[in-house]
Design a protein. Structure first.
Length: 94
């Protein structure tokens, strides 16, 4: 009887897949909390923006949003570029 070979299974995954998964869960959680917070007195749009910045390397529309923020608000550009340098920019989605 043939038994499956699982030795190469771990090598097929990216070494940082847990970090990517955690960032996506964090980003989508921030988006949902921000949407819930919109009708309430609180910083709903700010929380949504933070979620978009976290998800920018993974979701094309959020990547475009961050690029637009950099273009529209030059004072924020340096902060966003430091964040990207520190936390890894990743590849923009295609």
């Amino acid at each position: 009887m043939n038994t499956p070979d699982f030795q190469g299974l771990e090598k097929s995954r990216s070494p940082h897949w847990r970090r990517h998964l955690a960032r996506q869960v964090l980003g989508w959680t921030l988006i949902v909390v921000g949407i819930i917070d919109l009708p309430l007195p609180g910083p709903g749009w700010l929380i949504i923006g933070m979620g978009a910045i976290v998800l920018a390397p993974y979701v094309k529309i959020f990547h475009r949003f961050v690029e637009w923020i950099k273009w529209k608000f030059p004072a924020v550009r340096a902060s966003l570029e430091r964040f990207e340098a520190k936390h890894g920019r990743g590849q923009p989605p295609s």
